[in-house]
Ligand binder design. Structure first.
Ligand SMILES: C[S@@+](CC[C@H](N)C(=O)[O-])C[C@H]1O[C@@H](n2cnc3c(N)ncnc32)[C@H](O)[C@@H]1O
Length: 210
């Protein structure tokens, strides 16, 4: 199983949701539903790397006011159809400081976007999250990590390396499954208060507070 394929799917936004649902055997949808359960009516929610807006729509259905951020205008075009009442910012996650004010969101969430960033970018974005999040607010991040279990790790590398090469040939980009997210969160001055693993530890859902 390899999620580097998601880079290929991102270049086909119309097929992204179906492709990711098949690729993750429904796990991505499950993680999004669990994230949405944290959202309450009236919450100001920020979705970083919102893609096609499926999580934004789940949060809107729970009564939240949602802002989605994404650098890929093709993904945002699909998001505007899937979740037309969300607000969207077509910017890089590296530029949040220029667009979003201090303590302006109750909940900041992100699925499968941090694994597309370098470690330096991840720490920069986490520091921005700390600034933008209201006191007492929550951060929920679902993403791809390198599993710790030996069997899962072997399976992961056996499939991932050839897929990574193929994805690079097709898209000239790849993903960076995260190895030490705890250190990144600590370096940004926040703490992980709850964690859950999915698919032999290949995915995590983290709840983070500042
Ligand atoms: C794998 S998709 C995940 C989309 C959605 N969150 C989901 O789970 O279905 C990653 C998304 O993050 C966006 N992304 C990646 N790096 C980004 C960056 N530096 N700035 C803004 N968006 C970025 C991509 O454009 C893409 O839409």
């Amino acid at each position: 199983m390899s999620f580097v394929y998601m880079k290929i799917l991102e270049s086909r936004p119309e097929r992204y949701d179906l492709g990711m649902s098949l690729l993750t055997l429904g796990t991505l949808t499950k993680i999004k539903r669990q994230i949405a359960e944290h959202v309450h009516s009236g919450n100001q929610v920020l979705d970083l790397g919102c893609g096609t807006g499926t999580l934004a729509q789940m949060c809107i259905e729970r009564g939240a006011v949602v802002t989605g951020v994404d650098a890929n205008s093709g993904m945002l075009a699909v998001a505007k159809r899937n979740s037309p009442s969300a607000n969207y910012l077509n910017i890089s996650l590296g530029n949040l400081d220029e667009h979003l004010g201090d303590e302006s969101f109750d909940i900041i969430l992100s699925t499968l976007a941090f694994s597309e960033l370098t470690r330096a970018e991840r720490i920069h974005v986490l520091k921005q999250i700390k600034r933008i999040l209201k006191n007492g607010g929550k951060v929920l991040i679902g993403d791809e990590i390198i599993p710790e279990n030996i069997l899962a790790k072997c399976l992961y590398y056996a499939f991932r390396l050839p897929m990574r090469l193929l994805t690079w040939v097709i898209t000239q980009t790849t993903t960076n499954a995260i190895s030490n997210f705890d250190d990144d969160v600590r370096e940004a001055g926040m703490e992980i208060v709850h964690r859950k693993s999915f698919m032999l530890g290949m995915f995590i859902l983290l709840e983070i507070k500042k």
